[in-house]
Design a protein around this ligand. Structure first.
Ligand code: E4P
Length: 218
């Protein structure tokens, strides 16, 4: 399973990268705004800074909602770095853009996926990744994990190459359940990634080992 970090915060990206388990980054316009990054030049420079930190794919989202605008943005974003993956919203104009960019061998991440039908359409268009937002589905009392399971089944039935990128991940159980279902990628905040390491028995066990060592090495 590939681990992406879902942030535009350079400090957090550096920390995740330093753990040696980071495979990529996902951003979106809200995450860029949260970091106070605005204006095309600053946004592009920020993407470049992210690409300079990580080894893997970096999703950069278009803000146009029509085919021509999306393609124009995608072509500019691609020039920033080879690691850039074009994040396209799940709308019909987006599907056309994904098909076009796939033919040009440009990687895409179809975002804002909330149904299996949407994932199927994006896979048909050749998306590199589909991003089902599991936390936001849970927020409206619909199982996000069930959606991952459904998409996995459909993609397996037809051997689609499109990778399931579980997004809107909120906690460690989301990560573990997605791993069990075979989502190729998950993107999560740094806190959820770090929480995977936590277990009280590990803490207790380590404290005992260190204490015993101290006592016998006085
Ligand atoms: C996906 O790529 C999105 O950036 C993200 O996972 C959205 O998550 P949220 O629901 O926590 O905003």
């Amino acid at each position: 399973m590939k681990f992406f970090i879902d942030t535009a915060n350079l400090i957090e990206i550096k920390e995740a990268q330093s753990l040696g388990i980071l495979d990529g980054v996902t951003t979106n316009p809200s995450l860029m705004a949260k970091e106070g990054i605005s204006g095309k030049k600053n946004i592009f420079n920020h993407y470049k800074s992210i690409c300079d930190i990580v080894d893997g794919d970096v999703s950069a989202e278009v803000i146009s909602t029509n085919f021509n605008g999306m393609i124009e943005e995608a072509e500019q974003l691609c020039k920033i770095d080879d690691k850039i993956v074009i994040k396209i919203p799940m709308i019909l104009e987006g599907i056309k853009a994904i098909k076009y960019l796939t033919k040009k061998k440009i990687k895409t991440n179809c975002t804002l996926i909330f149904s299996c039908g949407q994932a199927l359409l994006a896979a048909k268009a050749g998306a590199t990744y589909v991003s089902p937002f599991i936390g936001r589905l849970d927020d409206v009392s619909t199982s996000g994990l069930k959606l991952i399971e459904e998409i996995r089944e459909v993609f397996n039935n037809y051997s689609f190459q499109t990778q399931i990128l579980a997004a809107s991940v909120r906690h460690t159980m989301h990560i573990i359940e997605c791993a069990k279902m075979g989502a190729e990628v998950m993107t999560a905040p740094l806190s959820a990634i770090k929480n995977l390491a936590n277990h009280p028995l590990t803490d207790l066990g380590l404290a005992k080992f260190l204490d015993d060592h101290k006592k016998s090495n006085k």
